[in-house]
Design a binder for this molecule. Structure first.
Ligand SMILES: Nc1ncnc2c1ncn2[C@@H]1O[C@H](COP(=O)(O)OP(=O)(O)OP(=O)(O)O)[C@@H](O)[C@H]1O
Length: 363
């Protein structure tokens, strides 16, 4: 078991606070993605957990063992934490097998045999069983990252930290590699933390997405929850596309330019604010069946689906006043409408409401 707990971590560089009381709890064997804008403190957290940087205050526990206690901490080599950096991580003068086996003891015939077997098993696990004798320069970028993952897993770490390990790769390679890396982590039972800017990556492979802003985790939950129930407006905008519409909440429903919408959480006191609607929640339906009339402004075809930009022309139902002219985005797999045509719009499923009358609430 190797649960990772980060409690109240603080770190400043000079007078600039970077981590401001960061909390994170990653269950044993889970893969968490740290998602946040550049400079929000993701790498600093990873470096503190790995032991490359000192915290000012707060704690990090692995499997209940305190490895960081304020500025004090266990030596990095005793933490059972491995790191997979962005790129260029392999020793260029060692073979692939020597790279993977680098952190393993090799004195005596039994240890050497164990090392050989472990290297062989890990290369098979990452899908490169035959490259052990090659030099890193003879591998592609994606293969080198696979080897870096194998090397990180070799000493059977409790926690593996992956700092944007796929960022230098092209889109197709990234998606294949991240699936394989997830599978390798799961096969070894290691707890993983992945730093990424890429929301799709975070949502698709992580068990837990932790949204980081200004040195704190503002929301940590399973990917679908973060997407469907973002904790605040900034998270709604940052994780996936969101159409923000003015809304007035009364009696647990929101009156909006596209009709009266159900709320995800019915406990709002009411008042004015914004609802966040995901583009796939919009549906273009037959005339008279929607809640609003909209004019097709632009259509962008993506292959698997399309994005249709629409401008509300008027309401069919009891919408909020002054709604015409509001632009919305609709993601559709159905037939594509011509630009300039009018369609009827419907919103499926409940939406999140964020009041603009009081400070943003953090859960
Ligand atoms: N050793 C350092 N000395 C001074 N400032 C630092 C140091 N390391 C990081 N910082 C600053 O701390 C802030 C957070 O950096 P960090 O690398 O943790 O962000 P990040 O979220 O990982 O960003 P990115 O996604 O761009 O890698 C940045 O403003 C950075 O310039």
């Amino acid at each position: 078991m190797s649960r990772l707990e980060v409690r109240g971590l603080h770190k400043s560089f000079g007078a600039t606070p970077v981590l401001r009381g960061m909390d994170l709890d990653v269950p044993s064997g889970a893969l968490a993605a740290l998602l946040g804008h550049s400079g929000c403190g993701k790498t600093t957290l990873m470096r503190i957990v790995a032991g490359f940087e000192q915290a000012d205050a707060g704690e990090v526990l692995i499997d209940g063992r305190t490895v960081v206690d304020g500025p004090a901490g266990a030596p990095p080599e005793r933490r059972r934490v491995s790191v997979v950096p962005q790129e260029g991580a392999l020793f260029p003068h060692l073979t692939v097998a020597q790279n993977v086996g680098f952190g393993l003891p090799g004195r005596g015939p039994a240890a050497r045999r164990h090392r050989r077997e472990r290297v062989r098993d890990l290369l098979a696990l990452i899908g490169l069983p035959d490259v052990g004798e090659r030099m890193p320069s003879q591998l592609s970028g994606g293969q080198q990252q696979r080897v870096a993952v194998a090397r990180a897993l070799a000493p059977e770490p409790d926690v593996v930290l992956l700092d944007e390990p796929f960022s230098a790769l092209d889109a197709a390679l990234r998606s294949a590699l991240r699936e394989d890396v997830r599978a390798a982590l799961k096969a070894t039972g290691a707890t993983g933390v992945l730093v990424t800017h890429d929301q799709e990556e975070a949502l698709s492979i992580a068990d837990l997405v932790a949204v980081v802003r200004d040195g704190v985790v503002v929301q940590a939950a399973e990917p679908a929850r973060v997407y469907r129930e973002p904790v605040d407006l900034d998270t709604a905008r940052f994780v996936g596309d969101a159409v923000l519409l003015p809304a007035e909440v009364t009696d647990g429903v929101a009156r909006t330019p596209v009709g009266t919408l159900k709320l995800l959480r019915g406990d709002h006191a009411g008042g004015r604010g914004l609802v966040a609607v995901r583009p796939e929640q919009f549906h273009m339906v037959g005339a008279g069946r929607g809640a609003a009339i909209a004019t097709v402004d632009a259509v962008t075809f993506h292959g698997h689906d399309a994005t249709v930009r629409l401008v509300i022309a008027g309401t069919d139902g009891p919408g909020a006043p002054g709604t015409a002219g509001q632009a919305v985005l609709c993601r559709t797999q159905g037939p594509l409408p011509d630009v300039g045509t009018q369609v009827s719009l419907l919103v499926a499923g409940p939406v999140s409401f964020f009041t603009t009358e009081a400070p943003t609430q953090h859960r």
